[in-house]
Design a binder for this molecule. Structure first.
Ligand code: ASP
Length: 351
């Protein structure tokens, strides 16, 4: 080999060695194993209404019954998320369990209007694309959250109401029931109580403290799935003795329900008129987005300051894009539960 051939051989060998080194360097800088070990975060939270829920007024059996339904509901959603299902599906199926229970003011346990009928409201929102669906004043839909989802996915609209919503429900093969399905003795007794109080007082009795607090039980769910998508949903019978086709905050996007992957997913419960005026669910998201507040800071500001300043009461559950949960209320209690990606379950009722 001549001098030039030796130089070429040396250059080739050095080049290979360098290439090998750089391959090793890339491998070293890419924590492949660590990434595989890190499980994707997901989580879920639910509420079953906020109000004057006091331990002294609750029997052991009743409390156990509430806890059992809350646990069944949250485990249903958690299972969906754990197996890679979407947050939207988890929210819908979790709310279905709460709607089918007569304990909560949604679906089967909906409160009565002044006319002795049941008018149901619900909404759902997808935080990945800000798509949303809602129904208000429906009287024959077994699970209004399912119809809200259908409005979101299969109609060009966001909110449908009353008979029109029911025509759409028929077309979409949504389960419908006779209005008598929603009759429960407990809710009828509440209506009679409120009507009697109203007779004794004046037409503003709807806003009387004791009356207001006899109607809690709206249900809601927020979830973060393994793909980082947030969703929120809320379903309710509204407020006992409501008149004139009154619609609360639950079906109003931004008030009762809001979800945005950039910030959080929120579901509200409480005195709806104030939650509409305070645009509560969106306000929490907006404070995170524009003021850089944490979820907990934003939730505290809205529920402990802004809503009471307006004269309202109630609470929210929320989850952010990192899986942090806030459950804030300014009432004596709020039925609630959370479950994180490790499967840790927390159920609460009182303060
Ligand atoms: N927010 C509901 C409404 O005003 C009632 C509730 O959450 O208790 O219709």
């Amino acid at each position: 080999m001549n001098y030039f051939s030796w130089i070429i051989v040396v250059l080739v060998i050095t080049g290979c060695a360098e290439q090998k080194q750089s391959t090793i360097a890339i491998e070293k800088n890419t924590p492949v194993l660590e990434q595989k070990d890190e499980l994707p975060t997901f989580g879920i939270a639910i509420h079953g209404g906020a109000g004057t829920i006091l331990k002294k007024n609750m029997s052991v059996e009743k409390e156990q019954a509430y806890r059992a339904v809350l646990e069944n509901a949250i485990r249903t959603g958690h299972k969906i998320l754990k197996s890679g299902g979407t947050s939207l599906e988890a929210v819908e199926k979790t709310i279905n369990i709460l709607e089918d229970s007569p304990l909560f003011n949604a679906g089967k346990g909906a409160v009565f209007t002044n006319n002795g009928t049941n008018e149901l409201d619900a909404s759902i929102m997808d935080g990945s694309n800000l798509n949303a669906g809602a129904v208000s004043g429906v009287t024959t839909i077994k699970n209004p959250i399912n119809l809200a989802k259908e409005v979101m996915l299969n109609s060009p609209h966001v909110m449908l109401s009353g008979t029109g919503a029911e025509v759409f429900a028929k077309q979409q093969n949504i389960e419908m029931v006779d209005p008598a399905y929603f009759y429960t003795e407990d809710r009828m007794k509440s209506l009679e109580k409120v009507k009697n109080a109203e007779l004794k007082k004046d037409k503003m009795a709807f806003y009387d403290e004791s009356i207001r607090n006899s109607k809690f039980g709206t249900v809601g769910c927020v979830a973060l799935d393994k793909n980082g998508n947030l969703a929120a949903g809320t379903s309710t019978g509204g407020m006992t003795n409501k008149k004139w086709n009154r619609i609360g905050d639950a079906p109003i996007i931004g008030a009762g329900t809001y979800a945005n992957n950039k910030t959080c997913a929120v579901s509200s419960t409480g005195w709806g008129e104030f939650f509409i005026r305070g645009v509560v669910a969106y306000d929490i998201s907006a404070m995170m987005e524009y003021k850089n507040l944490s979820l907990q800071e934003a939730a505290t500001e809205v529920i402990q300051k802004k809503v009471p300043q307006l004269g309202g009461s109630g609470g929210i559950i929320a989850i952010d894009h990192q899986g942090n949960v806030a459950m804030e209320f300014n009432t004596a209690g709020m039925y609630r539960a959370t479950m994180d990606s490790k499967g840790e379950l927390n159920i609460g009722i009182y303060k």
